[in-house]
Ligand binder design. Sequence first.
Ligand SMILES: [Zn+2]
Length: 111
Amino acid sequence: MHELGVAQQIVAEVARQAPDQKISEVGVEVGVLSGVVVHALQYGFGVAKLGTLLEEATLTVATGLRQAECANCKTEFQSDQAWSCCPQCQSDRVKFRGGDDVRLLFIEVVE
Ligand SMILES: [Zn+2]
């Protein structure tokens, strides 16, 4: 299961950024094209955190959209599609980036 591996990476990254801290909440951004299924990630996180300082932590997931810029009219927009036309001028000369990975957004430490 792909999501378990992702969850283990999240747990490892949190442990690296907040060593020896008890964690109450972890926020991540899951890109719309990352292929990660959020409920599977939640399940994987529940498994990966066992026996760690994240054991009590909840996982908050935000959706990471793709950033797009139209080469024709320079409109910048966000999209949950792999690709789409410019919403402003309907041009197909649109450059997309991002939205294809999982990023750590924040860590809440128990006081
Ligand atoms: Zn445009």
